[in-house]
Design a protein around this ligand. Structure first.
Ligand code: NAD
Length: 431
């Protein structure tokens, strides 16, 4: 099939490459010229395991191309995916202006029947707004599908190629058949497409993300209560995760969730509830508790060094909001590091993939975790990168001025660390 994907970010690029892998001819469109130039020069703008290989393979096969020319994409495809960003607006709502802008351009440029598919996460009811934005500009026929994306950064390619399920918001039988064919390469064992109306598909995406954010946040809040009793959250996690009604996923306590999805989707659901007069009180509490968890972790460190903050240097391992991604959007590391810097501390950070972004110039970054430790007063861990899990503790002890670790990811066994002569502060575990 002929497909174009508008918006070539974490979702758009992965979706486009995977659809090309399924044998389709896919045109990636983005209005960021640098991104398209990079892609045309073989540079993949994001870090995502397996993405480089799949992009290069399909580009070489002539099934995947990159352009800033949206007309070229629309002229040469039957299916047009919209995968542009929907960031949080000031009031917490999802800003769908980029989606509506693209919808308007599609309406203006399409010269015949098209199927427009929204992959971006959009508030319930956007399906109507997108359809209206298109019909305001054209008399040509089109169908609309809401197909929210559930891939996870860090395993996005794998998630797209082998999805748990695909949510498809359309009730038109002909379009249902078309979408089944498009996704057939990823459904070889059994079809896992769940069809529904577009509004329910839009709601399903928010329901899933807010449910997952709630699980994490419940564990984080419980970890703080464990601290007050000297109970161990990791035992509690194992204890409840073994209950088949609960399951073990998304129960890992930590420094709080971040990223480009959970924070903004929780806020957007809260906003939807406010607008509809149907308060989302659980989501409101999740949002507050998540910020409190990040602040609690930062405060522990600020209190520890309060007598000489200005002379304190912290080594930081991990900036990305989670392992296997370079994404630092709404990362707890940034929120906490800003507090350290405000208190006069110096920060030397290492992340295998993420860049310092808005903290450039405010902290130092190094290319190796152990280099960050030289002369530092303590080590703070924000990201659960695999390479941090079994470090050389002897070297850590030797390089730090005083061997103390603040672990926002519970990577180590407190008893083992103690034996190494390291003072260890983690999340919800006696140390
Ligand atoms: P992103 O910021 O990485 O990518 C968005 C891309 O759209 C950018 O490259 C930008 O240049 C481009 N763009 C913006 N306006 C455009 C326009 N008018 N024309 C052409 N291109 C335009 O965002 P993302 O992380 O890929 O997220 C995209 C959407 O998918 C969001 O709604 C997000 O909530 C949703 N989503 C993201 C993830 C994730 O893990 N990142 C997972 C599921 C769903």
């Amino acid at each position: 099939m002929k497909v174009s994907v508008i918006g070539t970010g974490y979702v758009g690029l992965v979706a486009a490459a995977c659809l090309a892998e399924g044998g389709n001819h896919v045109i990636c469109v983005d209005n960021n010229e640098k991104k398209i130039d990079d892609l045309n020069n073989g540079i993949i703008p994001i870090y995502e395991p397996g993405l480089t290989e799949i992009v290069k393979r399909n580009e070489a096969a002539g099934r995947l191309t990159f352009t800033t020319d949206i007309k070229h994409g629309i002229d040469n495809s039957l299916l047009i995916f919209i995968g542009v960003g929907t960031p949080s607006a000031e009031d917490g709502s999802a800003d769908i202006s980029a989606v509506l802008n693209v919808a308007g351009q599609i309406g203006e440029l399409m010269d015949g029947y098209r199927v427009i598919v929204t992959k971006s996460t959009v508030p319930v009811g956007t399906c109507k707004k997108v359809s209206e934005a298109i019909s305001a500009k054209t008399e040509k026929p089109f169908d609309y599908v809401s197909n929210p994306e559930f891939l996870k950064e860090g395993s996005a390619v794998e998630d797209f190629l082998k999805p748990d399920r695909v949510i498809m918001g359309t009730t038109n039988p002909a379009v249902m058949e078309l979408m089944k064919q498009l996704y057939a390469p990823f459904m070889r064992k059994s079809s896992r497409i769940i069809f529904m109306d577009p509004a329910s598909a839009e709601m399903t995406k928010y329901a899933a993300n807010v449910m997952l954010a709630t699980r994490i946040t419940f564990m984080n809040e419980l970890s703080a209560l464990c601290d007050t009793f000297g109970a161990d959250i990791e035992h509690v996690r194992a204890g409840i995760g073994s209950d088949s009604r609960i399951g073990s996923s998304f129960l890992f306590p930590g420094v709080g969730y971040g990223g480009s999805c959970f924070p903004k989707d929780v806020s957007a659901l809260i906003h939807m509830g406010q607008v509809q007069g149907s308060a989302m009180t659980i989501a409101e509490s999740v949002h507050e508790a998540n910020l409190a968890q990040q602040d609690r972790f930062a405060q522990k460190i600020l209190d520890y060094f309060k007598d000489n903050s200005a002379d304190t240097t912290l080594a930081v391992w991990g900036l990305a909001f989670k392992a296997k991604t370079d994404d630092t959007r709404m990362a707890p590391s940034f929120r906490c590091i800003k507090k350290f810097i405000d208190a006069g501390m110096k920060v030397v950070a290492y992340d295998p993939q993420a860049l310092p972004g808005e903290l450039t110039g405010k902290m130092k970054t190094v290319g190796n975790g152990y280099d960050a430790l030289d002369g530092a007063d303590g080590l703070v861990i924000f990201t659960d990168w695999q390479e941090f899990r079994t470090p050389d503790f002897e070297l850590i002890t030797r390089k730090l001025k005083k061997p103390v670790i603040f672990d926002g990811r519970n990577l180590y066994d407190p008893a083992y660390i103690k034996k190494q002569g390291i003072e260890y502060h983690c999340i919800g575990r006696p140390s």
